[in-house]
Design a protein around this ligand. Structure first.
Ligand code: MG
Length: 207
């Protein structure tokens, strides 16, 4: 798990991940390191990335941390999760600087590679088999379905698909993450192996 200095760090990093969810991500990433790299969609300021990166370091693996770093709809000026500390000189949301600070402070640049760009553009051209995909990017139905459609097929048999922000009822949160989890389970290709707060972890079934 995280050493004391990394734990102290993630306690300060802005983000929406609980400690228990972070620890579940660490265990999941550690468990499937032999199957391939880890890919995270939606790194924001790097809180979840530190958990995944620490697991990768421990297991000799690598995390690809994919984010355009311009924030989702809810992070834009005037929106609920807008953070004036996470902006460029023109007031636009920009989390890349903070993300890089987090990874450097965590001493994890050797275990994490940032992919800065659009998850769809990269996903359409991705070819490498992955041990685990963590979807926590755009939470619109369009973005969540696109991430699921483009990335879940790259998970190796026995590998893991983790999805954040699953809320059983619409009154608690957006329903797009739940929709892709439901679709995965209904496909018969995935088993739900862990639920932790709003995090769900699914395992890709073998032949
Ligand atoms: Mg999230």
């Amino acid at each position: 798990m995280l050493n004391a200095s990394r734990q102290h760090l993630v306690n300060q990093v802005p983000g929406f991940l609980s400690q228990a969810e972070g620890e579940a991500l660490y265990r999941a990433a550690h468990a499937v390191a032999h199957l391939g790299c880890i890919l995270e969609i939606g790194s924001y300021c790097g809180k979840s990335t530190v958990f995944l990166g620490a697991a990768a370091e421990q297991s000799g693996n690598l995390v690809f941390a994919l984010d355009h770093h311009q924030g989702s709809v809810e992070h834009q000026p005037g929106e609920f999760f807008y953070d004036p500390n996470l902006t460029d000189k023109d007031g636009r949301t920009d989390t890349l600087h903070t993300f890089r600070q987090t990874l450097t402070a965590a001493d994890l640049n050797h275990s994490v590679v940032a992919l800065v760009g659009d998850a769809t553009a990269i996903g359409l051209r991705w070819q490498q088999r992955l041990g685990m995909v963590f979807i926590d990017g755009g939470h619109s139905m369009h973005d969540a379905v696109s991430d699921y459609r483009l990335w879940s097929g790259h998970v190796a048999l026995g590998g893991l698909l983790a999805v954040h922000d699953h809320y059983p009822k619409a009154s608690a949160g957006g329903q797009a993450p739940k929709a892709i989890i439901d679709a995965a389970l209904q496909s018969g290709l995935w088993d739900l192996i862990e639920s932790c707060d709003s995090l769900k972890v699914l395992q890709r079934l073998g032949a």
